[in-house]
Design a protein around this ligand. Sequence first.
Ligand SMILES: Cc1cc2nc3c(=O)[nH]c(=O)nc-3n(C[C@H](O)[C@H](O)[C@H](O)COP(=O)(O)OP(=O)(O)OC[C@H]3O[C@@H](n4cnc5c(N)ncnc54)[C@H](O)[C@@H]3O)c2cc1C
Ligand SMILES: *[C@@H]1O[C@H](CO)[C@@H](O)[C@H](O)[C@H]1NC(C)=O
Ligand SMILES: *[C@@H]1O[C@H](CO)[C@@H](O)[C@H](O)[C@H]1NC(C)=O
Ligand SMILES: *[C@@H]1O[C@H](CO)[C@@H](O)[C@H](O)[C@H]1NC(C)=O
Ligand SMILES: *[C@@H]1O[C@H](CO)[C@@H](O)[C@H](O)[C@H]1NC(C)=O
Length: 603
Amino acid sequence: MFPSRALSLFVISTLASSTLGGRVFTDPSQLTNTNYDFIVVGAGTAGNVIAARLAEARNQRILVIEAGRSNEGYDDYLIKAPFLGPAASPATSFDWNYTTVPQPAINNQLIPYPRGYVLGGSSSTNYMVYTRGAADDYDKFASLVGDSSYSWRRILPYAYKNEKHVPPNDGHDETGDYIPSLHGTNGPLLTSLPGFLTDIDDRVLATTRELRQEFPYNPDYNSGNPIGVSWMHSTIGGALRSSSATAYLWPAVNNRPNIDLLYNSQVTRLIRTGTSGGKPDFRRVEFARNSTARRFTATASKEIILSAGAVGTPQILLLSGIGDSAQLRSVGITPIVNLPEVGRNLVDHPLVPIQWNVNSTDTMDPFLRGGAEFQAGLTEWRTTSQGRLAANGVSNHMSFFRLPNNSPILRANGDPSAGGHAPHFELAFGNGFFTTSQQIPTSGAYFSIINVVVSPSSRGTITLASSDPFAHPIIDPKLLTTDFDLQTMVYSIKAAKRFAAANAWNGYITGQYSDAVNTTTDAGIVDYIRKWATTIKHPFCTARASRNPNEGVLDSTLSVKKAAGIRVVDASAFPLIPAGHPQAMIYIVAERAADVIKAAYRL
Ligand SMILES: Cc1cc2nc3c(=O)[nH]c(=O)nc-3n(C[C@H](O)[C@H](O)[C@H](O)COP(=O)(O)OP(=O)(O)OC[C@H]3O[C@@H](n4cnc5c(N)ncnc54)[C@H](O)[C@@H]3O)c2cc1C
Ligand SMILES: *[C@@H]1O[C@H](CO)[C@@H](O)[C@H](O)[C@H]1NC(C)=O
Ligand SMILES: *[C@@H]1O[C@H](CO)[C@@H](O)[C@H](O)[C@H]1NC(C)=O
Ligand SMILES: *[C@@H]1O[C@H](CO)[C@@H](O)[C@H](O)[C@H]1NC(C)=O
Ligand SMILES: *[C@@H]1O[C@H](CO)[C@@H](O)[C@H](O)[C@H]1NC(C)=O
């Protein structure tokens, strides 16, 4: 009985996948055909947009290769239940488990550097905050890259193409909490306002009225002008995370026969296939299950799109002989294309949390400690799709601010932001002890403000530790190494303290949490920053595009300079770091880039 039943199941599943959709492979040896029109490296945030949009051209054959695991499985609640976002990494099966080298500005600490190792990439493991950034970010992107179609005004249609705003999970009336006309209603990516209201929400809003001058209410930070305090949008639909895997990859693979997916398979390098137009041509991808497994290859007749992210993309380029020639030789790689900026210009947003003790029995702290409340919340999420675990726990509001125009920080350092309406720092408000660096206290109730410098001027690097593609690259974001970044963080923490000192918090906040008792002077704040700063995990620009022929790694079409056959679409391709949480801008830029690629081949 058993074997024939197994056989019939096998036949059914094979038929189902070959008639309705593409094929899904979990080992390189399963690939039957190795010739495709396009090969997308990395089934992450940007990669899945590119793959799904290219697959709309029915006569094109697309292969997507992903190093990491499936976004489904017995433990997938960690990346499905929104509240658990911060538990999805680091040190889980969804994560690459990277660590930085010692960071000099933060007491030489080595900090975890999470990146999604799963279908959907970091969109499957991130905190789901959806902020488009400032109009200035897009306009500066367009001018640095040399393609005005990336400007705010011209790219906005792609924001609508990407997004589908849905009602909040708890069904509360969202009227007036956002501007509906700014949001898409037909795109694949689901976004929504908070699905679980908390007892700090009214106090946050009361503070915007009480301290209107410094902390104004903004009816929707996604208008291109993010300054002020808004209700937060998240990439959540109902009680579930919406990722590029759920929104783009699976709908394409399940419904289109011309897109194949190979996961559990790491790309080890691109292989030169010849010369075209006088440039080395790279149209073959090499990949393997693991460091000891056999290596396989597949070939793209049109091009390879690298979407391996701000760490993975420069790593693959370097492994392929594309980078700083001297540096490549030093790790035993034969240089083919001398592009010194590969892996340089790494820029990231530093984060520092600060907490207060509060007089409340209704914070998320018991949930953060695990235990009975957490288990009950998990059961509630599984059985009714409601409760804290069904919603984003990070914050219900998000806010962005500029330093004052006459700030000595700007006078001394210049202004690294993209323009006069782009913020310098962010405050997010946590209904509990939110941190990514401290130990969560075993008792007490807390209020947190997360401080982020969103226009940093520090620049770091990604370099190869060895020619072994399975060795982790050397990650050095050089967090907070400039005076601007450090002083802006000091300013942000002082602003957070002014926010929490409003009358709106009387009877709620009872005192500063012990870790922050010395934040009463600038010197005390600097000590505090050096102790608790980490990253909000937004690396960018490691293969940046530039219109200037002598600068950057990519040209105006996001193709690798001095080479043929390779384009890059992901956070590494950006010429600047957006002044906000990046996933929205990455989706939007990827939607635009997909049209640029389609146009290049008249698809
Ligand atoms: C913990 C965390 C929280 C975050 N929170 C937020 C948030 O709340 N809001 C927000 O906007 N942004 C957030 N971000 C940032 C945001 O998620 C990322 O900036 C964005 O997802 C990056 O998109 P990407 O396409 O560049 O790369 P990714 O989405 O990371 O995709 C890269 C993909 O390539 C794969 N890959 C890499 N190397 C190889 C290889 N050699 N072979 C094959 N595949 C490879 C990876 O496994 C991955 O799937 C967060 C990030 C993290 C890690
Ligand atoms: C990351 O660490 C976790 C926990 O140790 C492990 O299960 C996982 O396989 C690691 N990820 C990778 C890519 O090795
Ligand atoms: C490496 O991959 C091969 C081929 O898929 C597999 O048989 C082997 O178990 C893998 N080794 C490890 C350490 O995962
Ligand atoms: C705590 O809050 C309760 C009401 O919720 C109030 O009666 C009490 O006075 C508060 N305690 C402090 C120390 O503020
Ligand atoms: C605060 O400063 C005092 C005096 O320098 C020091 O002893 C104490 O450890 C500091 N507390 C914290 C939490 O940093």
